[in-house]
Design a protein around this ligand. Structure first.
Ligand code: A2P
Length: 305
């Protein structure tokens, strides 16, 4: 059965379950995983320049028999191409790696800039660059006219940043991709985005490997009640909130399982608020005072909008 789609603010349909590819980069495994996933019905594949595996993904994509128009391919620009004059080239580079003529969605990976020579995931203050996010966003908007990208959006943007940004946008971001799972539920951000017609995609929807959402007693009880697995409960909870999910797995059975969700009762949905822990797995700037504005909703300290 085809995965259901959600309609973005520009009318483009995005499958609500996608395949995550971060850290799924062991040589050879990723290509096999993509082929298996597409055979199973996945059409949405979430990539990023910084994951360092787009060439392997590109090769796998080039060998698929599914028509390009049936796929929904997402990628993200890294912080070292935020200078507006670098954005179009960054998209060309991504398209080249993925062997594609266009992307369905291009995201700004994080709301702060790094210097062009800095491609680290753990920046120090010397890596940072003073590029206002709206300068980068205007360059993203210009990409829509090139036909090389159907939709544009953001990732890891908090409400304070979006509130400053939206009134200045010609094109409001179609998507905000953020870390969402039962231990990091972000209800206010989800509500704000949805009220502003921004679809939320939740990355690490299973909590990744470090956070034991799948060992949670409540989630296990709900899974028992629905004769399904804790992973399916976690994904079903996100989807019921209108949050798109991009679980990653390299295991065929789990890939298949993650496409089969269940309908949770309203009581079960309500009870999830009791297991919230505000526990984030991905927080690269946590040790850098200059990036506190990225991780905390402190607008006053957000200098670059
Ligand atoms: P594996 O590739 O062996 O299936 P997230 O997408 O939240 O980052 O979580 C990914 C992690 O969860 C991976 O380690 C993946 O391992 C595992 N995983 C993915 N799907 C399932 C599932 N249905 N049940 C249990 N673990 C899963």
């Amino acid at each position: 059965m085809p995965v259901k789609t959600i309609t973005l603010n520009n009318g483009v349909a995005m499958p609500e379950i996608g395949l995550g590819t971060w850290k799924a980069d062991e040589e050879g495994i990723l290509a096999k995983t993509i082929k298996k996933a597409v055979d199973l019905g996945y059409r949405h594949i979430d990539c990023a320049k910084i994951y360092g595996n787009q060439k392997e993904i590109g090769k796998a994509l080039s060998e698929l028999t599914v028509p390009r128009k049936d796929l929904f391919i997402v990628s993200k620009i890294w912080q070292n191409v935020h200078r507006p004059e670098l954005v179009a080239g960054a998209l060309d580079d991504i398209l080249d790696e993925l062997q594609l003529e266009y992307l369905d969605l291009l995201l700004i990976h994080w709301p702060y800039a790094q210097k062009p020579e800095s491609d680290t995931m753990n920046p120090t203050v010397d890596d940072l660059d003073n590029v206002p996010i709206m300068d980068t966003w205007r360059a993203m908007e210009a990409l829509l006219d090139s036909g090389k990208v159907r939709s544009i959006g953001v990732s890891n943007f908090n409400q304070a940043i979006l509130e400053k940004m939206i009134p200045q946008c010609r094109v409001v971001p179609a998507v905000n991709q953020v870390e969402i799972h039962p231990y990091n539920q972000a209800p206010e951000l989800v509500k704000f985005c949805q009220e502003n017609n921004i679809v939320v995609t939740g990355y690490c929807p299973l909590g990744g490997t470090k956070i034991s959402v799948m060992d949670d007693d409540f989630i296990k009880r709900v899974a028992n009640a629905h004769a399904c697995t804790p992973a399916q409960v976690a994904l079903s909870w996100s989807l019921a909130r209108g949050v798109v999910v991009i679980p990653k797995s390299t295991n065929e059975l789990r890939l298949e399982q993650n496409l089969k969700t269940v309908t949770l009762t309203s009581d079960e949905m309500r009870m999830f608020s009791k297991i919230e822990k505000h526990e984030r797995k991905v927080d690269p700037g946590r040790d850098l005072k200059e990036l506190e504005w990225v991780f905390h909703e402190d607008t006053a300290a957000c200098p670059l909008i």
